[in-house]
Design a protein around this ligand. Sequence first.
Ligand SMILES: [Mg+2]
Length: 237
Amino acid sequence: MFSAELDSMRFKAIVFDVDGTLYQQGPVRHALLFRLVWAHVYRPRQGLETLRTLRAYREAQERLRLQAPNVGDIAQQQVQLASDWTGIPPALVRSYVTRWMEQEPLDLLGTCRRDGLLELLSLAAERGLRLAACSDYPAIKKLAAMGIASFFDVVVHAQDVEVQRFKPDPRVLQVALRRLGVHEEEALYVGDRPEVDAEAARRAGVACAIIARRYHPHPTPGCLYLTSLRQLVDFIR
Ligand SMILES: [Mg+2]
């Protein structure tokens, strides 16, 4: 049924989550950990402090996902929470995040692109599908580092002034669709976390495909589970 819908050209756009969907996060995280330990081999205390801070920053995002949206700058709220939990000043939290979550990963992303990604993006562009990326973190530099930025018509992230929400709030997806100029029933959203991505898609009224390594015991109804982006290539072709 799903392939028939794709074949019938119901979809005019594909919106992608970025982290874990366009590239594999496991190998990137392992390489970063190795790099971080190596960078602090003579300053192990600072290395441990950096790791603790980055973990708190990620956990702060998971906390903020679950809360009703606050008014104000969501990036600042995430930094402040991580600072409160670790006792590390906000400016230092920000500098660890900038280096280890925004800059250091970039040269690792190209080799960790998901299998079939280039083929999928090329085929989608060939078929006239509009493409967007929507992420909980700024994504433009990551897309450029993967060599795929030119495929995307729209890139939106949680810190965008029009969003200021983390998924599963559907706002980032809704803003992406509006900027693409397509209705919700004309788009397919592709993500990797059912509780975050499939839920955001459900709330936005958008069809969803989840790339998962293995069978999910509690699949989200109406959501397609895939083990590889190559399966989407087959659907579109
Ligand atoms: Mg993801």
